[in-house]
Design a protein around this ligand. Structure first.
Ligand code: CA
Length: 542
């Protein structure tokens, strides 16, 4: 169905590794020579649902600007903000549908969201606070109402070959009949796939990328539907041509800004995801497998799934060069999957924010917002307060706020010491404080009880070692021990708690390393409370 010959020979030169240290937009580079994104906790925002600044019922860019203090107040010493250091804005362009994944103009801002100047102001203010901003880039398809597709209805149009056509009825899924012929759109009728074997399409998208990176100054892109870019015959995902295309794409965007990030939505097994991170393709991609394992472990109160997947991912990906999350805008919300059990939500957050990789939080997750498909219901307005419409808008919200806003909201949870929101805040700030959590290696620790998930995070520059212990069960665990057969430890350690939300009974302050650099049958305390997260620092004894 697609012709590849010209494309493959016409490929841009292979990517040359950028020098990692050149600062962009005055923002700090990464710790220990690692990329900046390893120091980042991202927050995913559906703009339409975050905060409405002008009372038209739709969230907007000025709304995000006015809520920046909630996300990151720019003062690293103050811990009363959420502390996230990156934003992923879901599509901000003019589009046909409310969600924005059917773009009609890649160079503009959706009128419901504001203007390009509003966006530049938000970006400048975010940068000022040390936050990066990435935007959704919907490469695979446009809206059927995009002027390119409208023009392509005419077989003589120069835009005709920007899409994928067939004059005879094709076999296979994803084809749609029209007066102008059959066209391909893998997702739906009004999302026609662009034809990336056409060099004009590639050149245009390169312009789009250049515009946002260079003229506007975004820090990167989340790549929507990354595995579907180019179909080859019956191959509709992960085609060799798609992988080759990303190599050329990488050399293009890294030439514009060597620090720019791409994080791919490759919704598939981690083995398939890995293929995009092996060569010179994407910087990061989400691990859907790990998310599934965390949710299962949190639901069942058993560590096995999480432990086994964490170990597998650590062996599969380059250290920390993958993105982690619990659920996103295409899935039922995490707190719905956990039957609204706040303690389980805390445990899920603990796993997410102490794990290797780059964490992404879906807006509202930090206050335990609920949501079950259809899609609109997992993208409802943010619950800011007990005010009408959850404080989201002074007008009629585009979609009703979940009625539980009267009790479940930012204002209430800010005041409550033991809230889910304050748990997220604490963990995010700990991650900012301890490099081992951000860039450290991952070493699984064996626990004597099935409800305990334990691991070591260890970085060598700076030299820092943390032991994370999570009890996933609804019951306390007593008389447990932890073992690390092999590891980086040497000599003796004094143990200092960096996170413990309770008094540690029978705390063992000294830990001698074994001859293989690990430890055996360490009993840090006599009992571990239900649903508890403990983080201990191992300080070498001189
Ligand atoms: Ca508005």
């Amino acid at each position: 169905m697609l012709v590849l010959g010209l494309w493959l020979t016409n490929c841009t030169p292979r990517y040359a590794a950028p020098s990692p240290a050149s600062p962009v937009s005055g923002l700090p580079t990464g710790t220990g020579g690692q990329p900046w994104w390893n120091d980042t906790v991202f927050y995913q925002i559906f703009v339409r649902s975050f905060y409405d600044s002008d009372g038209d019922g739709s969230g907007d860019l000025k709304g995000i600007l006015s809520k920046l203090d909630y996300l990151n107040d720019g003062d690293p010493a103050a811990n009363d903000d959420l502390g996230v250091t990156g934003l992923w804005l879901m599509p901000i362009h003019p589009a046909t549908s409310y969600h924005g994944y059917d773009v009609t103009d890649y160079y503009a801002i959706h009128p419901d969201y504001g203007s390009l100047d509003d966006f530049k102001l938000l970006l400048a203010e975010a940068h000022q606070r040390g936050m990066r901003v990435i935007i959704d880039l919907v490469l695979n398809h446009t809206s059927c109402q995009h002027p390119w597709f409208q023009s392509a209805q005419d077989p003589a149009s120069t835009y005709r070959d920007w899409y994928v056509w067939s004059q005879t009825e094709p076999v296979g899924s994803g084809w749609h009949p029209s007066d102008a012929g059959f066209y391909f759109g893998i997702f739906q009728e009004c999302m026609p796939d662009l034809n990336y074997t056409n060099p004009q399409v590639e050149a245009e998208m390169k312009n789009v990328v250049r515009f946002w990176l260079e003229e506007v100054g975004v820090d990167g892109f989340r790549l929507d539907a990354a595995k579907h870019l180019i179909e080859q015959g019956s191959i509709q995902s992960h085609s060799p041509a798609t992988h080759t295309w990303y190599e050329g794409f990488r050399s293009d965007y890294k030439a514009i800004n060597p620090q720019a990030l791409t994080v791919g939505e490759v919704w598939d097994s981690s083995v398939a995801v890995k293929a995009y991170l092996e060569g010179e393709e994407l910087d990061l991609a989400f691990s859907f497998d790990l998310a599934k394992a965390w949710i299962l472990s949190a639901r069942l109160g058993k560590a096995e799934e999480a432990a086994s997947l964490l170990k597998r991912e650590a062996g599969l990906f380059h250290p920390n060069q993958f993105a982690v999350f619990l659920t996103n805008h295409d899935q039922d919300r995490i707190m719905t999957l956990l039957a609204d059990e706040m303690q389980k939500g805390k445990i899920a957050a603990s796993m997410l924010l102490t794990a290797p990789g780059v964490p992404f939080i879906y807006y509202g997750e930090e206050i335990g917002m609920l949501g079950k498909k259809p899609d609109e219901m997992i993208r409802t307005p943010m619950q800011w307060s007990a005010q009408p419409n959850g404080g989201f808008t002074n007008g009629q919200p585009w979609e009703a706020v979940n009625p539980d806003f009267t009790t479940k909201n930012v204002a209430a949870q800010s005041k409550e010491t033991g809230s889910l929101l304050n748990h997220y805040r604490k963990l995010i700030h700990l991650r900012r404080q301890y490099a081992a959590l951000r860039i450290g290696g991952y070493l699984p620790v064996t626990a004597s009880q099935p409800s305990i998930l334990a691991f070591l995070r260890h970085s060598s520059s700076p030299d820092e070692t943390l032991l994370v212990i999570i009890n996933l069960a609804s019951e306390p665990v007593s008389d447990f021990s932890l073992s690390l057969p092999e590891g980086p430890l040497l000599g003796s350690y004094r143990i200092a708690p960096v996170l413990a939300e309770m008094k540690l009974d029978g705390f063992t302050e000294n830990l001698p390393a074994t001859s293989t650099g690990g430890f055996g049958e360490y009993r840090p305390m006599t009992s571990l409370p239900a649903f508890s997260t403990i983080i201990l620092q191992l300080l070498p004894v001189e």
